[in-house]
Design a protein around this ligand. Structure first.
Ligand code: GLA
Length: 332
């Protein structure tokens, strides 16, 4: 699996699928999902012009890394060495720093009608992280599902936590008032626990049961009313911006994490992943050209700030060890 063995190909918008109703557009910039359409209906938020992704502030459709989500104060210690990363989100490091994987031009290694493999090499010291990291990300359409497979290798022990940052909106009409908000979406999350955070969105270390709280999505329910519930955690984050956790799941197995649907369009999305967590983000700070709550992110990932939190499943990647994760978006 060497980049040198494969040919570079066209760098423009990558179009996959189409013949079974699911069409996907990707950009090498940020390994970004630019569009997902099912039978012609757009299911994600996007910019009309690919150039707009260069100035995007919302991680729209992008691949987040090296470490998606936050690292408290951008600090961690590994093998007795203290590392200081950029703090690009208040006092914390977010989504890999100022020039994270979302702002990098990925190389197109191999493209077919239903799949593409993208590649990125991140140098030792990139954004302050140890180790030269190579990442291979494959996007593949199988029937009505889009599969994302992440493989990575590092030259030194490091931390890695990759995810995709698509904003979904399954409504037919995303521009008029009734259709624009995801508050009318039904959401089910199979997690029984989540990670409460401090005022800077860093987990406190507690694993809190969702039962009896606004965070209980074990049975499908509407997003809007849940957002309006009285809850100190919702107030802190201005909505949902929390990691739901699957504590006992087998790391190698795909599990169903989330089911999102819109009764307005009848469309449904299932999110499956090998990851141990899923950050639910209700677009709390989305702004022009979008609006708050116009999209919902279901980011399957490792637990935030895991490198600094005792007992959290690790985001450590040992030198020469293969990082392997999968995310599946299944539409109907
Ligand atoms: C993640 C974070 C949010 C926000 C978005 C990007 O979902 O958890 O707080 O930073 O990314 O806007």
């Amino acid at each position: 699996m060497s980049a040198a063995l494969t040919d570079d190909i066209d760098d423009s918008v990558i179009r996959l699928g189409g013949h079974k109703g699911l069409e996907v557009e990707l950009l090498p910039f940020g390994a970004t999902i630019r569009s997902i359409r099912l039978f012609g209906q757009e299911l994600t938020l996007n910019y009309p012009d690919p150039a707009d992704y260069q100035t995007d502030q919302f991680y729209l459709g992008a691949t987040a890394g090296r470490v998606a989500n936050r690292i408290a104060k951008g600090r961690f210690e590994l093998n007795g060495v203290a590392y200081q990363l950029d703090c690009n989100n208040g006092p914390n490091h977010l989504h890999g720093g100022v020039t994270g994987f979302n702002r990098r031009e990925w190389q197109v290694l191999k493209q077919q009608s239903d799949s593409v493999q993208l590649y990125l090499r991140s140098a030792d010291g990139d954004q302050g992280y140890p180790g030269a990291v190579q990442v291979w990300q494959q996007f593949r359409i199988v029937d009505k599902q889009l599969e994302l497979s992440f493989l990575a290798l590092s030259s030194k022990d490091t931390v890695l936590n990759l995810t995709n940052h698509c904003y979904f909106n399954l409504n037919n009409d995303k521009l008029n008032d009734g259709g624009s908000s995801v508050e009318n979406h039904q959401l089910q999350l199979t997690a029984t626990h989540y990670l409460p955070t401090d005022e800077h969105a860093i987990p406190t270390g507690e694993r809190r049961a969702v039962a009896g709280t606004a965070f209980d999505f074990t049975n499908a329910k509407l997003v809007g009313p849940a957002l309006k519930q009285q809850d100190q955690q919702l107030a802190l984050a201005n909505g949902f911006d929390h990691c739901f956790i699957w504590q006992d799941a087998d790391a190698a197995e795909l599990k169903l994490m989330a089911v999102l649907s819109s009764s307005q369009s009848g469309r449904q999305l299932e999110v499956l992943s090998t990851q141990p967590g899923l950050q639910l983000y209700t677009g709390n700070f989305l702004a022009a050209p979008f609006a708050a709550r116009q999209g919902i992110c279901l980011e399957a990932q490792g637990w935030p700030d895991a490198i600094n939190q005792l007992g959290f499943p690790g985001t450590l990647l040992k030198a020469g060890e293969l990082y392997q994760q999968q995310i599946v978006y299944k539409f109907s």
